[in-house]
Design a protein around this ligand. Structure first.
Ligand SMILES: Nc1nc2c(c(=O)[nH]1)N[C@@H](CN(C=O)c1ccc(C(=O)N[C@@H](CCC(=O)O)C(=O)O)cc1)CN2
Length: 295
């Protein structure tokens, strides 16, 4: 079987073009959406992700507000920054780039974000609305990577109704929330969440129709355990040294050889990552639309 590609770069380009039109409608009403980012420390990957988010903003007409803080910032100083963004009318949505340094209480920071400005959809109020299955469209932001996975499949006509999805990894941004989205009635998948405490992962992989790999363990999923025709979504990202060049390169959780068993596969890079960024822009635009009374 030769797998078809779930092309996240193409889908995100289409979404950005759609959002640029919605931003133009807002501009006619004098509303400019603004994305704030809070970045702590010098981690090159985090700097690169945040830079990408602001580049996207410029492409669709969203204003950028950056708050970069040193790695040894105190909890109190970081909380002051959160309070400033909550109060800033130019900032219609913002994110705190994760992970935060170990001395910071991450949950306390995420809980301090105004839920109406929570562009990541990770505030307990918004995760709670996902649990409660609040169903009016666009009433609150959805977590970006899970929503990106759903949107990537939807735009490629891959239906999950009645299919068994195995999610590998229980992180806060993907593994834990994605099941809440995939089990909504309009999607109707059956979801199993596997993690480091799961016994016999191979048996679960062997009967999964769809695998969402979000463990951050390079090439942990190979062709041998998978069912013929499986849909593969490679979310995990690791930076590993290339033995030939000695340079670091991005590596996903799925061994590229697994494509021989798959009906669809998302490349990594170029799959779910660009969709995460596109869904962030969507949350910022929808938040501005809600503030402008358009939703
Ligand atoms: N506050 C948040 N922090 C983090 C999140 C998040 O959703 N919110 N997710 C990840 C990092 N992340 C977004 O912040 C992210 C990761 C990767 C990509 C992406 O587009 N990747 C590209 C490759 C990029 C490269 O070459 O380095 C791809 O997959 O094609 C976007 C966003 C952890 N932190």
């Amino acid at each position: 079987m030769s797998a078809r590609i779930l092309d996240g770069r193409a889908a995100s380009a289409a979404i950005k073009a759609e959002l640029a039109e919605r931003v133009a409608v807002l501009a006619e009403r004098g509303v400019v959406p603004g994305l704030g980012t809070v970045l702590v420390g010098d981690d090159p990957a985090s700097h690169s992700y945040v830079g990408g988010k602001h580049k996207d903003c410029a492409e669709v007409g969203i204003a950028s507000i950056r708050r970069n803080l040193p790695a040894d910032v105190s909890q109190a100083e970081l909380e002051r920054t959160i309070d400033e963004l909550n109060a800033d009318p130019a900032c219609t949505g913002y994110i705190v780039q994760l992970p935060l340094p170990g001395h910071i209480d991450t949950n306390a920071i995420l809980e301090r974000i105004d839920p109406d400005k929570d562009a990541d959809g990770l505030h307990p109020t918004n995760l709670g609305r996902l649990v409660l299955n609040v169903s009016e469209p666009m009433s609150s932001p959805l977590p970006c990577t899970p929503n990106g996975v759903v949107e990537l499949l939807r735009r490629n006509g891959v239906d999950l109704a009645g299919r068994h999805v195995l999610v590998v990894g229980r992180g806060v941004t993907v593994g834990r929330p994605i099941g809440l989205l995939l089990t909504r009635r309009e999607i109707n998948a059956t979801v199993t969440l596997a993690h480091t405490g799961t016994r016999n992962l191979d048996a679960l992989l062997a009967q999964a129709d769809v695998v969402v790999a979000a463990a951050g363990r390079p090439h942990m999923i190979g062709a041998e355990s998978l069912k013929e025709g499986v849909v593969l979504l490679d979310v995990g990202v690791s930076r590993v040294e290339d033995p030939e060049t000695g340079k670091k390169r991005l590596t996903g959780d799925i061994d590229p050889a697994a494509a021989q068993k798959a009906s669809w596969i998302s490349p990594n890079p170029g799959g779910v990552g660009p969709m995460t960024r596109a869904m962030l822009l969507l949350n910022v635009v929808e938040s501005a639309e809600r503030h402008a009374g358009l939703r």
